[in-house]
Write a protein that binds this ligand. Structure first.
Ligand code: NDP
Length: 310
C-alpha cells in the first residue's frame, strides 16, 4: 500500500515515522512540488496546493488532517469524483476547543479583563457580577466540536443554546435548527460561539444584521473560520457599544495583517489560529485505523458530504 503525504509544516519526517509505526506495510511518499509522484492508494493532506491535485487521481480516499475541509473543497470539480474525502473526527481537538471557549466565556462573564485593567492601575474594587440567567451562551454548529464545547460549558451552568442544520436534542441545551430559527437563536444569545464549517451557506453569515440581533452586552467568539464573520461589521458594532467585545482565533487573512484595525481594538482578543491544533499522533492513529477498516471493506466515520460542504 502506498500513502501520499503532503504537509505545510515541515514536520513530514515525524508524520512518516508515526505512520510507519502503525502501518509498517505502507510505503509513504512525501509530496514535493515539481517531482513526479507514483500512483498512491491513499492521500493524507492539509491545505494542498492545486498542483497536488493530479497526484490524487486514483486514490481510494483523501484524508484531511483537520476538521474543516474548506481548503480542500474549494477545488470543487477538480477533486477526483467519487473518492471519499475524510475529515478528522475530534482526534484531540475537542478538549482543546472546550478549553479555549470556556476560557473566553469565563474571562468575559467573570470580568477578568476588567480586573486585569484595575490591577494594572492598582485598583482594589469588586465589580457588579453578571447573573448566569443574564448570560445565555449560544453555539453555532452542534457537530463534533460544538457538542464537546456545549458539554464543557454545561459544567458552569450557563443557559445554553445551539444551532445546527438538522434538528438535534442535547440535554440542557435549547436547540434551534435551520435558517428559519436562526433569528430566534440569536435574539436569545448573549455570548455567541461560532463553530460552523465554512461553506457556501455560512460564508459571511455573521454580518451586521445578524450580529445586531444578539442581546445587549453581547460577546462574540469565533473559532471556526474567518470568512464566516464580516470583520468591519463586528468592529463597527464594538465601537458603537452594541457588542461588548470579541475573542477571535481565525481571520479572513492569516496571519492577521499588521495594519488590520483589530490589533488596535482593546475589546478584541486575538490568538493566531491555535484554538484546536491538529495533534500528530492522535491524527495518525485515527487515519491509520480508518485505512485498516477501508482495506477490510468496512465503513468509516468522517466522510465529508461534498454537496453540503462539510
Ligand atoms: P462538524 O461537521 O462535526 O459540525 C458542523 C456543525 O455545523 C453541524 O452541527 C452542522 O449541522 C452545522 N452546520 C453546518 N452548516 C450549517 C448551516 N448552513 N446551518 C446550520 N448549521 C450548519 O464540524 P466540527 O464540529 O468538527 O468542526 C467545526 C468547524 O470548526 C470546522 O469546519 C473547522 O472550520 C473549525 N475548526 C477550527 C479549528 C481551529 O483551530 N480554529 C480547529 C478545528 C476545526 P448538522 O449537525 O445538522 O449537520
Amino acid at each position: 500500500m502506498r500513502i501520499l503525504l503532503q504537509r505545510t509544516d515541515g514536520k513530514q519526517a515525524d508524520w512518516i515515522a508515526d505512520f510507519a509505526a502503525l502501518l509498517p506495510e505502507a510505503d509513504i511518499t512525501y509530496w514535493r512540488e515539481g517531482e513526479a509522484t507514483p500512483a498512491c492508494d491513499y492521500a493524507v493532506v492539509w491545505q494542498p496546493p492545486a498542483s497536488l491535485l493530479p497526484a490524487l487521481a486514483g486514490v481510494k480516499a483523501i484524508f484531511n488532517t483537520g476538521a474543516g475541509v474548506d481548503a480542500l473543497l474549494k477545488f470543487g470539480e477538480a477533486l477526483p469524483a467519487g473518492v471519499p474525502l475524510v475529515r478528522l473526527d475530534d482526534a484531540g481537538m475537542g478538549v482543546q476547543m472546550a478549553e479555549y471557549v470556556s476560557h473566553a466565556v469565563l474571562r468575559h462573564s467573570r470580568r477578568f479583563d476588567d480586573y486585569e485593567a484595575q490591577a494594572r492601575a492598582g485598583i482594589w474594587q469588586p465589580l457588579p457580577t453578571f447573573e448566569k440567567t443574564d448570560f445565555p451562551v449560544g453555539v453555532l454548529g452542534m457537530g463534533v466540536l460544538g457538542t464537546r464545547v456545549l458539554q464543557a460549558l454545561a459544567q458552569f451552568e450557563f443557559p445554553l443554546r445551539g444551532w445546527s442544520r438538522s434538528e438535534k436534542q442535547l440535554d440542557g441545551v435549547a436547540c434551534f435548527a435551520g435558517d428559519d430559527q436562526l433569528e430566534a437563536f440569536l435574539r436569545g444569545t448573549r455570548v455567541l460561539v461560532c463553530m460552523l464549517p465554512l461553506t457556501a451557506d455560512t460564508h459571511n453569515l455573521l454580518d451586521r444584521a445578524r450580529l445586531s440581533m444578539l442581546l445587549p452586552g453581547a460577546y462574540v467568539i469565533n473559532v471556526a473560520r474567518g470568512a464566516l464573520l464580516a470583520e468591519p461589521d463586528l468592529l463597527t458594532l464594538i465601537r458603537t457599544g452594541k457588542i461588548a467585545g470579541a475573542t477571535l482565533d481565525v481571520f479572513r487573512n492569516e496571519p492577521l495583517p499588521q495594519q488590520h484595525p483589530f490589533w488596535q481594538e482593546p475589546r478584541i482578543s486575538i490568538t493566531p489560529h491555535i484554538s484546536a491544533a491538529t495533534l500528530r499522533r492522535e491524527s495518525v492513529a485515527q487515519i491509520a485505523g480508518k485505512i485498516r477498516r477501508l482495506e477490510a471493506g468496512e465503513s468509516i466515520a468522517g466522510i465529508v458530504n461534498r454537496l453540503q460542504g462539510y
